[in-house]
Design a protein around this ligand. Structure first.
Ligand SMILES: [Zn+2]
Length: 321
Protein backbone atom coordinates (compact mmCIF):
# COMPACT_ATOMS: atom_id res chain seq x y z
CA UNK A 1 0.00 0.00 0.00
CA UNK A 2 2.28 2.78 -1.25
CA UNK A 3 0.89 6.21 -0.51
CA UNK A 4 1.65 9.59 -2.02
CA UNK A 5 0.05 12.48 -0.12
CA UNK A 6 0.27 15.66 -2.19
CA UNK A 7 -0.39 18.15 0.59
CA UNK A 8 0.28 18.73 4.27
CA UNK A 9 1.03 21.82 6.35
CA UNK A 10 3.26 20.07 8.88
CA UNK A 11 6.23 22.40 8.26
CA UNK A 12 4.09 25.38 9.27
CA UNK A 13 3.20 23.62 12.56
CA UNK A 14 6.80 22.69 13.30
CA UNK A 15 7.95 26.23 12.57
CA UNK A 16 5.28 27.88 14.66
CA UNK A 17 3.22 26.45 17.53
CA UNK A 18 4.99 23.09 17.63
CA UNK A 19 8.48 24.57 17.68
CA UNK A 20 10.83 22.13 19.41
CA UNK A 21 9.03 19.09 18.03
CA UNK A 22 10.38 17.22 15.03
CA UNK A 23 9.06 14.78 12.44
CA UNK A 24 10.06 11.77 14.54
CA UNK A 25 8.66 13.11 17.77
CA UNK A 26 5.51 15.14 17.27
CA UNK A 27 1.79 15.18 17.82
CA UNK A 28 1.31 16.48 14.27
CA UNK A 29 -0.91 14.43 11.94
CA UNK A 30 2.13 13.73 9.78
CA UNK A 31 5.10 12.12 11.51
CA UNK A 32 7.76 9.61 10.56
CA UNK A 33 6.14 6.80 12.61
CA UNK A 34 2.76 7.72 11.08
CA UNK A 35 4.10 7.71 7.53
CA UNK A 36 5.76 4.33 8.14
CA UNK A 37 2.44 2.93 9.29
CA UNK A 38 0.62 4.46 6.32
CA UNK A 39 3.14 2.95 3.90
CA UNK A 40 4.07 6.38 2.59
CA UNK A 41 6.16 6.38 -0.55
CA UNK A 42 6.27 10.19 -0.80
CA UNK A 43 4.91 13.01 1.29
CA UNK A 44 4.62 16.47 -0.22
CA UNK A 45 5.54 19.10 2.40
CA UNK A 46 4.08 22.54 1.71
CA UNK A 47 5.91 25.72 2.60
CA UNK A 48 2.76 27.70 3.33
CA UNK A 49 2.73 31.38 4.10
CA UNK A 50 -0.11 33.74 4.83
CA UNK A 51 -0.06 37.33 3.56
CA UNK A 52 -2.00 38.46 6.63
CA UNK A 53 1.03 37.78 8.85
CA UNK A 54 3.05 40.34 6.87
CA UNK A 55 0.33 42.82 5.99
CA UNK A 56 1.71 45.40 8.44
CA UNK A 57 5.29 44.98 7.25
CA UNK A 58 6.56 44.06 3.82
CA UNK A 59 3.79 41.78 2.52
CA UNK A 60 4.87 39.13 0.06
CA UNK A 61 8.57 39.83 0.73
CA UNK A 62 7.96 38.67 4.32
CA UNK A 63 6.10 35.67 2.93
CA UNK A 64 9.15 34.80 0.83
CA UNK A 65 11.42 34.87 3.89
CA UNK A 66 8.93 32.65 5.73
CA UNK A 67 9.04 30.09 2.90
CA UNK A 68 12.85 30.09 2.94
CA UNK A 69 12.70 29.40 6.69
CA UNK A 70 10.46 26.41 6.02
CA UNK A 71 12.83 25.11 3.35
CA UNK A 72 15.65 25.30 5.94
CA UNK A 73 13.50 23.55 8.52
CA UNK A 74 12.86 20.73 6.05
CA UNK A 75 16.60 20.50 5.32
CA UNK A 76 17.26 20.16 9.07
CA UNK A 77 14.64 17.42 9.38
CA UNK A 78 16.12 15.58 6.39
CA UNK A 79 19.59 15.79 7.95
CA UNK A 80 18.33 14.56 11.34
CA UNK A 81 16.35 11.63 9.98
CA UNK A 82 18.36 10.64 6.94
CA UNK A 83 17.95 6.94 7.78
CA UNK A 84 14.23 7.06 7.07
CA UNK A 85 13.55 10.22 5.10
CA UNK A 86 15.18 11.54 1.91
CA UNK A 87 14.49 14.45 -0.41
CA UNK A 88 13.03 13.71 -3.84
CA UNK A 89 12.65 15.94 -6.88
CA UNK A 90 11.51 13.35 -9.40
CA UNK A 91 9.93 9.98 -10.05
CA UNK A 92 13.38 8.37 -10.29
CA UNK A 93 14.47 9.80 -6.94
CA UNK A 94 11.30 8.58 -5.25
CA UNK A 95 11.96 5.09 -6.62
CA UNK A 96 15.59 5.21 -5.60
CA UNK A 97 14.68 6.28 -2.06
CA UNK A 98 12.08 3.51 -1.87
CA UNK A 99 14.65 0.92 -2.93
CA UNK A 100 16.70 1.99 0.11
CA UNK A 101 13.64 1.76 2.36
CA UNK A 102 13.33 5.52 2.66
CA UNK A 103 10.27 7.75 2.54
CA UNK A 104 10.55 10.61 0.03
CA UNK A 105 9.90 14.22 0.98
CA UNK A 106 8.83 16.46 -1.89
CA UNK A 107 8.98 20.20 -1.20
CA UNK A 108 6.20 22.51 -2.41
CA UNK A 109 5.22 26.16 -2.01
CA UNK A 110 1.66 27.21 -1.17
CA UNK A 111 1.47 30.89 -2.18
CA UNK A 112 2.94 31.89 -5.52
CA UNK A 113 2.78 35.53 -4.36
CA UNK A 114 6.27 35.02 -2.91
CA UNK A 115 7.62 35.39 -6.45
CA UNK A 116 6.52 39.02 -6.03
CA UNK A 117 7.16 39.97 -9.63
CA UNK A 118 10.70 38.55 -9.64
CA UNK A 119 10.75 35.70 -12.15
CA UNK A 120 14.27 34.66 -11.11
CA UNK A 121 12.85 33.51 -7.78
CA UNK A 122 11.29 30.57 -9.61
CA UNK A 123 14.81 29.39 -10.42
CA UNK A 124 15.90 29.86 -6.81
CA UNK A 125 12.92 27.85 -5.59
CA UNK A 126 13.62 25.15 -8.16
CA UNK A 127 17.26 24.96 -7.04
CA UNK A 128 16.06 24.55 -3.46
CA UNK A 129 14.10 21.49 -4.51
CA UNK A 130 10.60 22.94 -4.88
CA UNK A 131 8.76 20.83 -7.46
CA UNK A 132 5.19 22.09 -7.07
CA UNK A 133 3.79 25.54 -6.50
CA UNK A 134 0.21 26.37 -5.52
CA UNK A 135 -0.14 29.63 -7.44
CA UNK A 136 -2.17 31.41 -4.82
CA UNK A 137 -3.68 30.98 -1.41
CA UNK A 138 -6.72 33.02 -0.55
CA UNK A 139 -5.39 36.45 -1.62
CA UNK A 140 -4.79 38.19 -4.90
CA UNK A 141 -1.11 38.14 -5.81
CA UNK A 142 1.23 39.03 -8.69
CA UNK A 143 0.12 35.91 -10.57
CA UNK A 144 -3.65 36.15 -10.39
CA UNK A 145 -6.80 35.74 -8.34
CA UNK A 146 -7.88 33.28 -5.64
CA UNK A 147 -11.07 31.29 -5.09
CA UNK A 148 -13.82 33.48 -3.71
CA UNK A 149 -17.55 33.63 -2.95
CA UNK A 150 -17.52 36.92 -4.87
CA UNK A 151 -18.53 36.04 -8.45
CA UNK A 152 -16.53 38.96 -9.87
CA UNK A 153 -13.26 37.79 -8.27
CA UNK A 154 -14.05 34.17 -9.17
CA UNK A 155 -14.18 35.17 -12.86
CA UNK A 156 -10.79 36.91 -12.80
CA UNK A 157 -7.87 34.86 -14.04
CA UNK A 158 -4.11 34.97 -14.44
CA UNK A 159 -2.35 38.31 -14.79
CA UNK A 160 0.15 38.66 -17.68
CA UNK A 161 2.99 37.99 -15.21
CA UNK A 162 1.06 34.91 -14.02
CA UNK A 163 0.85 33.59 -17.58
CA UNK A 164 4.62 34.03 -17.93
CA UNK A 165 5.25 32.32 -14.58
CA UNK A 166 3.07 29.34 -15.53
CA UNK A 167 4.98 29.00 -18.81
CA UNK A 168 8.30 29.25 -16.97
CA UNK A 169 7.20 26.60 -14.45
CA UNK A 170 6.53 24.27 -17.37
CA UNK A 171 10.03 24.87 -18.74
CA UNK A 172 11.58 24.31 -15.33
CA UNK A 173 9.46 21.18 -14.81
CA UNK A 174 7.67 22.34 -11.72
CA UNK A 175 4.09 21.19 -11.14
CA UNK A 176 1.48 23.95 -11.38
CA UNK A 177 -1.10 23.54 -8.62
CA UNK A 178 -4.60 24.97 -9.19
CA UNK A 179 -5.89 24.39 -5.64
CA UNK A 180 -7.08 27.72 -4.13
CA UNK A 181 -7.24 29.40 -7.57
CA UNK A 182 -10.31 31.26 -8.84
CA UNK A 183 -12.26 29.57 -11.62
CA UNK A 184 -10.87 32.14 -14.08
CA UNK A 185 -7.30 31.42 -12.95
CA UNK A 186 -8.00 27.69 -13.19
CA UNK A 187 -9.06 27.89 -16.84
CA UNK A 188 -6.17 30.22 -17.70
CA UNK A 189 -3.73 27.71 -16.20
CA UNK A 190 -5.31 24.92 -18.24
CA UNK A 191 -4.90 27.11 -21.31
CA UNK A 192 -1.32 28.27 -20.79
CA UNK A 193 0.42 25.47 -18.85
CA UNK A 194 2.99 23.62 -20.94
CA UNK A 195 3.64 20.94 -18.34
CA UNK A 196 1.67 18.94 -15.79
CA UNK A 197 -1.12 20.59 -13.78
CA UNK A 198 -2.59 19.23 -10.54
CA UNK A 199 -5.13 20.19 -7.89
CA UNK A 200 -3.05 19.02 -4.94
CA UNK A 201 -5.82 19.27 -2.32
CA UNK A 202 -9.30 19.93 -3.74
CA UNK A 203 -12.63 18.11 -3.70
CA UNK A 204 -15.81 18.10 -5.86
CA UNK A 205 -18.12 21.11 -6.03
CA UNK A 206 -21.03 18.90 -7.19
CA UNK A 207 -21.01 17.29 -3.72
CA UNK A 208 -19.96 20.31 -1.66
CA UNK A 209 -20.58 23.76 -3.14
CA UNK A 210 -17.44 25.43 -1.78
CA UNK A 211 -15.42 27.75 -4.08
CA UNK A 212 -12.27 25.78 -3.11
CA UNK A 213 -13.68 22.69 -4.80
CA UNK A 214 -13.65 21.70 -8.49
CA UNK A 215 -16.79 21.85 -10.62
CA UNK A 216 -17.46 18.91 -12.94
CA UNK A 217 -16.33 21.05 -15.88
CA UNK A 218 -13.04 21.76 -14.09
CA UNK A 219 -12.56 18.07 -13.27
CA UNK A 220 -13.03 17.20 -16.96
CA UNK A 221 -10.71 19.98 -18.14
CA UNK A 222 -8.01 18.95 -15.66
CA UNK A 223 -8.38 15.26 -16.50
CA UNK A 224 -8.18 16.03 -20.25
CA UNK A 225 -4.83 17.70 -19.60
CA UNK A 226 -3.60 14.58 -17.82
CA UNK A 227 -3.93 16.21 -14.41
CA UNK A 228 -5.06 14.81 -11.08
CA UNK A 229 -6.74 15.97 -7.85
CA UNK A 230 -5.85 15.00 -4.30
CA UNK A 231 -8.72 14.27 -1.92
CA UNK A 232 -8.79 16.86 0.89
CA UNK A 233 -9.88 15.66 4.36
CA UNK A 234 -11.13 19.07 5.57
CA UNK A 235 -14.82 18.87 6.57
CA UNK A 236 -15.76 22.20 5.00
CA UNK A 237 -14.58 20.88 1.60
CA UNK A 238 -16.19 17.46 2.13
CA UNK A 239 -19.55 19.04 2.93
CA UNK A 240 -19.75 18.16 6.61
CA UNK A 241 -18.47 21.38 8.22
CA UNK A 242 -16.99 20.24 11.53
CA UNK A 243 -16.65 16.54 10.76
CA UNK A 244 -14.33 14.68 8.44
CA UNK A 245 -15.88 11.33 7.71
CA UNK A 246 -15.16 8.33 5.54
CA UNK A 247 -18.64 8.37 4.01
CA UNK A 248 -18.03 11.75 2.33
CA UNK A 249 -14.40 11.01 1.50
CA UNK A 250 -15.44 7.91 -0.45
CA UNK A 251 -18.28 9.85 -2.14
CA UNK A 252 -15.85 12.51 -3.41
CA UNK A 253 -13.44 9.88 -4.73
CA UNK A 254 -16.26 8.02 -6.49
CA UNK A 255 -17.45 11.29 -8.06
CA UNK A 256 -13.91 12.11 -9.24
CA UNK A 257 -13.75 8.71 -10.94
CA UNK A 258 -17.20 9.14 -12.48
CA UNK A 259 -16.38 12.54 -13.96
CA UNK A 260 -12.59 12.51 -14.41
CA UNK A 261 -11.95 8.81 -14.96
CA UNK A 262 -9.93 6.26 -13.05
CA UNK A 263 -6.66 8.06 -13.72
CA UNK A 264 -7.84 11.27 -12.03
CA UNK A 265 -8.13 10.87 -8.24
CA UNK A 266 -5.21 11.00 -5.83
CA UNK A 267 -4.67 11.94 -2.18
CA UNK A 268 -3.93 15.41 -0.77
CA UNK A 269 -4.96 15.16 2.88
CA UNK A 270 -4.24 18.74 4.01
CA UNK A 271 -3.10 17.21 7.31
CA UNK A 272 -1.88 19.80 9.82
CA UNK A 273 -3.62 22.51 7.81
CA UNK A 274 -7.07 21.47 8.99
CA UNK A 275 -8.59 23.39 11.88
CA UNK A 276 -11.84 23.42 13.82
CA UNK A 277 -12.86 19.80 13.32
CA UNK A 278 -14.96 18.21 16.07
CA UNK A 279 -14.43 14.72 14.69
CA UNK A 280 -12.11 13.21 12.09
CA UNK A 281 -12.43 9.55 11.07
CA UNK A 282 -8.78 9.78 9.97
CA UNK A 283 -7.02 12.36 12.12
CA UNK A 284 -3.48 11.20 11.37
CA UNK A 285 -1.43 9.43 8.72
CA UNK A 286 -1.61 6.25 10.83
CA UNK A 287 -5.30 5.89 9.90
CA UNK A 288 -4.97 5.94 6.11
CA UNK A 289 -5.73 2.23 5.84
CA UNK A 290 -9.32 2.99 6.93
CA UNK A 291 -9.90 4.95 3.72
CA UNK A 292 -8.50 2.12 1.62
CA UNK A 293 -10.89 -0.31 3.35
CA UNK A 294 -13.88 2.03 2.99
CA UNK A 295 -13.20 2.46 -0.75
CA UNK A 296 -12.72 -1.28 -1.19
CA UNK A 297 -16.12 -1.81 0.43
CA UNK A 298 -17.61 0.61 -2.12
CA UNK A 299 -16.45 -1.80 -4.79
CA UNK A 300 -13.19 -0.24 -6.00
CA UNK A 301 -10.67 -2.70 -7.38
CA UNK A 302 -7.17 -3.12 -6.03
CA UNK A 303 -5.89 -1.64 -9.31
CA UNK A 304 -8.05 1.47 -8.90
CA UNK A 305 -7.01 1.85 -5.26
CA UNK A 306 -3.36 1.69 -6.21
CA UNK A 307 -3.89 4.40 -8.82
CA UNK A 308 -5.46 6.63 -6.16
CA UNK A 309 -2.81 5.84 -3.57
CA UNK A 310 0.20 6.51 -5.77
CA UNK A 311 -0.16 5.43 -9.41
CA UNK A 312 -1.81 8.61 -10.66
CA UNK A 313 0.59 10.89 -8.78
CA UNK A 314 3.57 8.90 -10.03
CA UNK A 315 2.37 9.24 -13.61
CA UNK A 316 2.34 13.03 -13.24
CA UNK A 317 5.71 13.06 -11.44
CA UNK A 318 7.23 11.06 -14.29
CA UNK A 319 6.61 14.04 -16.53
CA UNK A 320 9.12 16.01 -14.46
CA UNK A 321 11.99 13.66 -15.36
ZN1 LIG B 1 -4.37 24.82 1.12
Amino acid sequence: MNLIDMHCDTLMRLLEEKKGQNLENTDCSISIPGMKKAGTLAQFFACFTCLEDFMETDGYEGCYRQVLKMVSLMEEQLASFSDTLAPACSFDEIMENASKGKISAVLTVEEGGIINGKMKRLNTLYEKGIRLMTLMWNYENCLGYPNSRDAEIMKKGLKPFGVEAVERMGELKMLVDVSHASDGTFYDIIRYAKGPVVASHSNCRALCAHPRNLSDGMIRALADKGGIAGLNFYGAFLGTEKDSKLEEMTAHILHMIRVGGKEFPAIGTDFDGIEGMVHMDIPRAEGMKKLWEALRKKGLSEEQLELIWCGNALRVLKELD
